[in-house]
Write a protein that binds this ligand. Structure first.
Ligand code: PMP
Length: 379
């Protein structure tokens, strides 16, 4: 067998299963990005970056944060973020993926237990696998199931600390975690709660502080606010206590052994936080658009509407999902099919996201086009 043959066979197997992916140029009306507030092209963000470049801010940090890479822009962003999110401290990572991986491979210790919601993001799975703690899954969004996993583990002799890990808003289903119940369980079991706010930051909570805003400042809450989605930039802010931030600075290998994020990105994210604080219009516009979509979709079949900006249209079959996505793309809509393993087998879907890059007439036109490609006729 040639060196490449096993890779080719793997790709062939994906193709047979209608799961072969390829990269496509960006085209069509945006119903697929996570640029929820439309800040990726925001003029204030552009100006902030341009001004920083003009003022001599370096493009690259040039080193790790613990060496020469620690720039005033990182420090400034983290101080602002801690204030904005009502936490003692914040720490900036280059991506949300790295942030999840970094936290989970650093804070939970040998002898601890991670309880992961079944549908958490791949980066959380990777962090759990690579970390020191044992991990178990609980049924999706089922707080009782979380507690059952904890009780069982204790009965079996588990002695360490518990870490409950969930997303506040799930990226492929658009549904919300039962946060209040999870906080109560964490308190009952003296557990940490790690909440990935990737899809809620900027969109939900006062000033877009996320769904954990109601629990800000709690010693046992660690939130991951990614900056590549509603904040229109890149990176992630982990909010936590000063103590755990110090621990991350000293013990977190992805933090210590990696070049710091570009200081220009820190500038962009800090500007995004200022926009959230000073221009509620972005959040309000998206909230209205979600309300509009709710009315337009009504009781139509296939849709899974939970009140967020992520509205999946569940198809089931992989090939049909991609055919529908292709039909919508041909009609000028950027809508992507999502297949296993990103979502469970048999639940392939069109992941439709609402952003401020579209308006109500675009939503109507998209729904009409979907009715056409699914053979449902016009509304
Ligand atoms: N968490 C969740 C829930 C996500 O959806 C994503 C991105 N798809 C990430 C983390 C990773 O964030 P980033 O894209 O910044 O690496």
């Amino acid at each position: 067998m040639s060196l490449a043959a096993s890779y080719a066979a793997d790709l062939d197997a994906l193709k047979d299963d209608d799961r072969l992916r390829s990269l496509k140029a960006r085209a069509g009306i945006d119903f697929s990005s996570n640029d929820y507030l439309g800040l990726a092209n925001n003029s204030r963000m552009r100006k902030a970056i341009a001004a920083a470049v003009e003022a001599g801010t370096p493009i690259g940090a040039g080193g790790s944060r613990l060496l020469r890479g620690n720039c005033a822009e990182h420090e400034s962003l983290e101080a602002e973020a801690a204030k904005f999110f009502g936490a003692e401290a914040a720490i900036f990572f280059a991506t949300g993926y790295t942030a999840n991986f970094a936290v989970l491979t650093t804070l939970p210790q040998r002898g601890d237990l991670l309880v992961l919601d079944q549908l958490v993001h791949a980066s959380i799975h990777e962090g759990a696998r690579a970390g020191r703690a044992e991990f178990r899954f609980s049924a999706h969004n089922d707080a009782n199931a979380v507690e059952e996993v904890i009780r069982t583990w204790r009965r079996e002799g588990g002695k360490g600390r518990i870490w409950i890990v969930a997303e506040s808003l799930y990226s492929m289903d658009g549904d919300f975690a039962p946060l209040e119940a999870l906080v109560a369980i964490a308190d009952r079991h003296d557990a940490f709660l790690m909440i990935d706010e990737a899809h809620a930051t900027g969109v939900f909570g006062p000033n877009g502080r996320g769904l954990t805003a109601a629990y800000e400042g709690r010693e046992n809450l660690i939130a991951i606010h990614t900056c590549g989605k509603a904040l229109g930039a890149a990176g992630a802010l982990v909010t936590t206590t000063r103590l755990l931030r110090d621990f991350i600075v000293n013990r977190c290998r992805p933090f210590i052994f990696s070049t710091a994020p570009s200081p220009l990105m820190a500038v962009a994210v800090e500007e995004a936080l200022a926009i959230l604080r000073e221009e509620p219009v972005h959040q309000q516009r998206l909230t209205r658009l979600i309300g509009f979509a709710r009315e337009e979709i009504g009781a139509r079949q296939g849709w899974q509407f939970c009140g967020s900006q992520i509205i999946p249209y569940i198809v089931g079959d992989n090939a049909r999902t991609m055919t529908l996505a292709g039909g919508l793309q041909a009609r000028g809509f950027d809508i992507r099919g999502i297949r296993p393993p990103t979502v469970p087998v048999g639940t392939a879907r069109l992941r439709i996201s609402l952003t401020n890059n579209v308006d109500e007439s675009d939503v109507r036109a998209m729904l009409d086009a979907l009715a056409e490609v699914t053979g449902g006729g016009s509304r």
